[in-house]
Write a protein of this length. Sequence first.
Length: 123
Amino acid sequence: MLYSVESGHYIKKLPHKKEFNRYRARITDLEYNNIVDRLNDMIDGDEIHTAGWMPGSNWKGTVFEPIYYACGENVELSGMFFGLIVFKVMMDRDDCWGFGRYKKDGIDIKSMTYFRLAKCPEE
């Protein structure tokens, strides 16, 4: 579950759903499920995740490589689609995660950062 600490509500709708669906249609169900499984494995291992740092910079030979081809080999677009996949994975989880945009060393982090909530808030 994805909880907006800022608004005090659970997020139930995927932002940019039209774009998500466009690029999602360009990868197979098996490829997508492999991506989701890998992300869930990564998420299970830590309390904090920044989407753009999760896949690393070289996706060749990883489960994330199909994202790059689905986005016409456009690195920026691939990163945005990846970010939407992470957002959806966080929404679909049974445990509770907050999220936001933060800074590192005074510089804005471009992608969303997620953090595990110790207790699922009541709405």
